[in-house]
Design a protein around this ligand. Sequence first.
Ligand code: ATP
Length: 337
Amino acid sequence: MSDNKTHRITLIPGDGIGPEVTQAVLRILEGTGARFEWERYLAGAEAFEIHGEYIPAALYESIARNRVALKGPVTTPIGGGFKSINVTLRKKFDLFANFRPVRALPGLDSKWPGVDLIIVRENTEGEYVGLEHEVVPGVVESIKVISEKGSTRIARFAFDYARKHGRKKIHSIHKANIMKLSDGLFLRCARNVAEEFPDIQYGEHLIDNTCMQLVMNPFQYDTLLLENLYGDIVSDLCAGLVGGLGLVPGANLGTECAIFEAVHGSAPDIAGKNLANPTALLQSAILMLRHLDEIAAADRVQAALEKVYTARQSLTRDVGGSAGTSEFADAVLAAMS
Ligand code: ATP
């Protein structure tokens, strides 16, 4: 552990299943021996009801001060309403890299045991810039923004990560046969960066073909480099390869701040029923522990998590078990002691 320092972390439990999975993860983190002081904030519809703001100013200040946040899912209204809280925070803190390791946990009956993929998703551009308008009634324009700066820095992030962590291969995923300028620029930037990394194999695949290839044989890929929207969709597909959305973690990384959150959303269909799998947020918290240099604590939680999955006891319903969110957390805690 890093000299028993207390880490002050911004905590956004979120809504839907957010509070349940956050509660489970906090209990496990407290059991690691690492020390935390949590600054807890509401965001989204609940925050608006109480503070009159979807993202209270104090939340922005807390993240800017602490530089690290752990975040549960916050519901984004469909087809109208307020802007996504996730997208707003990523933009505000320029969290340009969305890092999502997709690994099959031992003992789990997933479609593809042994899968070990890294998804690197550009997190601030593409269709997510939210520039949409009605040109004339019945016709809407949506603008996709791809920049040389944004594409180059995310490509460099992917290659730097690959080199540092012994990953062998990166594929840029695109649709540059149709989006000739935007995806064409993304590819050009990736190719330029790839030239600086002759030790890492580089390939390019069309997004539609990639989806089919991933389902047929995910082992042909190692690290996937994608624009924002492609990364969003392919992340859910890859989650399906290893057992579902309850498992896959994520980190939103910038040069100043980092926000750790699961790939999944607020899952309103199972909210408040003690059914949600906290593994995805727990694995996001493990990424956070590594980011904080709490390596022993991270290894301890990881080992306990793998022990629980290998024993196939106390697993939640989404992965074939019958335990609730809190019983699963109890099992991880027991495996840590
Ligand atoms: P968003 O677009 O907000 O990210 P989404 O489309 O990814 O959301 P989710 O809210 O993540 O949708 O839910 C998709 C499905 O996955 C739902 O049936 C939900 O119950 C299930 N699911 C998501 N997260 C979990 C979890 N942690 N445990 C169990 N099931 C989950």
